[in-house]
Design a protein around this ligand. Structure first.
Ligand code: UDX
Length: 456
């Protein structure tokens, strides 16, 4: 399919958070590798963090906080409102500029958190593609709320009969926004429901998942649910080691010294290291971090821990006492770490990207979901794909004993063989989905084939 649409020009519009930039950038790279001209739009505050092949242009659009991004906004609502106003205006200006530059934009592909981008694209008469960055399962819950099939807050009785295509679920398996109606959660939910209301107005609805991963749900809802799975959006080198070149997402919002991590991992035995990361957005309480630290220390397993904020003195003292057993860093290249031969287990918050990365690289997981879509992802990791275990909470946190129990179960326990073999199976299925002729690859080709031709 190389060079099939050299003149098609897709504008990919990103939301400036690590877990959102990554899949959209990967989508941009996949299109570009297939010969499509791509421009990526991102905010001024994040633009310098993006490093992609020079054949992909990167252009700014404004969220209204050009100097400091989200952190400068007084509230989430204020940020989203500002992004909608400034983003709509600057996206329209960018489209005009690109349209005057020789290869007009023939499709706007945008992150699902930016539902206003649809209106901008339609204003120019340009087809639009929304990219859902959660699993199809999670999106289907939001979709059901939007259509009135589920009401808020969702209660246990409503879940008694399993939703079509899904295993039976508990309230604690649902996306947090559906059970917890506190202010911040509601603002996110409003944003999500907004995009689902306009789903059918898009020319394409893409989801960062793959057919085999959520087949029952996708089959059950096929007639009314327009989602097309094109993932996992993980750089191709990690899915198929024979492919050179596409070795990173191409964006890091935090500086890091990956050589230090890789050197440290090189010194550890095969599959001996526990890698711990709670992603880019979750705020973990000091009490929880302390339990994690004690649990890791007691496990006697070497660990690499990404901890963005370690300010509390109790934690610092504890970390000092851990010594050589662990390496604690503020950020790393997670893909390189997960792909390292020394890593045997991933303690994760189950963000959707981390989940797909763990699955695609065949790393068994210990789930510690925090909020948003993470509880549902954890349910699937533990009970549907069976590539890990979910740590139980006691008084709102995972205790050191529980973490220790889960680590043993995944690394050396009775079920470790079954979990490892499932992890290998899913790694292979993920690889096949994005390989030439695989389920996701074919759908990207179909998309490209339908792009309106450019008048050149
Ligand atoms: C959030 C939500 O949790 C997620 O479920 C949603 O779909 C997107 O927004 P986040 O909390 O950041 O994202 O988690 P995740 O989706 O896992 O994304 C984190 C990304 O950062 C991953 O692609 C991971 O590879 C990367 N990462 C994380 C690093 O590169 N280095 C690190 O040290 C940690």
């Amino acid at each position: 399919m190389q060079n099939q649409r050299v003149h098609a020009h897709v504008l990919v519009v990103t939301y400036p958070a690590q877990g959102h930039i990554n899949p959209l950038l990967q989508f941009a790279k996949r299109l570009n590798l297939k010969g499509v001209k791509v421009t990526v739009a991102t905010t001024p505050y994040t633009i310098d963090s993006i490093r992609v092949n020079s054949s992909i242009a990167v252009e700014p659009i404004s969220d209204g906080f050009d100097q400091g991004g989200f952190n400068q906004a007084p509230t989430l609502e204020a940020y989203l409102e500002s992004f909608k106003t400034a983003g709509s205006k600057t996206l329209a200006e960018l489209i005009m500029k690109l349209n005057n530059s020789g290869t007009p934009v023939c499709c706007v592909a945008y992150d699902s958190l930016l539902s206003w981008a649809l209106g901008v694209a339609k204003g120019f008469g340009i087809p639009a593609a929304i990219m859902l960055t959660n699993s199809a399962t999670v999106c289907s819950f939001y979709w059901q709320i939007n259509r009135g099939c589920l009401t808020l807050p969702v209660e246990q009785e409503t879940l008694a009969a399993p939703t079509t295509g899904l295993p039976s679920l508990d309230i604690s398996d649902l996306p947090s926004f559906l059970a917890d109606q506190s202010t911040n959660q509601s603002a996110y939910l409003a944003l999500i429901l907004d995009k689902l209301g306009t789903l059918h107005e898009n020319d394409w609805v893409f989801c960062n998942s793959f057919e085999e991963l959520e087949s029952e749900l996708l089959e059950a809802l096929a007639a009314e649910w327009p989602v097309v799975t094109i993932g996992p959006m993980v750089p191709s080198f990690y899915l198929d080691r024979r492919i050179e070149g596409d070795t990173s997402y191409g964006a890091s919002l935090w500086n890091h010294d990956n050589d230090q991590c890789l050197k440290w991992l090189d010194s550890k035995p095969l599959k001996s290291v526990v890698y711990v990361s709670f992603g880019s957005m979750a705020c973990i309480s000091t009490d929880q971090l302390q339990e994690v630290a004690w649990g890791l220390k007691a496990s006697n397993m070497p660990f690499l821990w990404v901890a963005k904020e370690f300010k509390d003195h109790r934690l610092l003292e504890l970390i000092d006492s851990i010594g050589e057993a662990g390496l604690i860093v503020t950020w790393c290249d997670q893909l390189e770490v997960l792909a390292h031969r020394a890593v045997g287990c991933f303690v994760t918050h189950c963000g959707w990207n981390s989940t797909l990365e763990g699955l695609s690289l065949g790393v068994p997981m210990v789930c510690m979901p925090q909020w948003s879509d993470q509880p549902t992802n954890a349910k699937f990791i533990a009970d549907v794909w069976k590539v890990g275990v979910r740590a139980k909470r006691d008084g709102g946190i995972v205790t050191r004993e529980e973490l220790g129990k889960c680590l043993t179960e995944v690394m050396t326990g009775e079920r470790s063989g079954e979990i490892t073999s499932n992890a290998s199976k899913w790694r292979e299925l993920a690889r096949r989905a994005v390989s030439v002729g695989g389920s996701s690859d074919k759908k990207i080709d179909e998309f490209i084939a339908k792009l309106p031709p450019n008048p050149q």
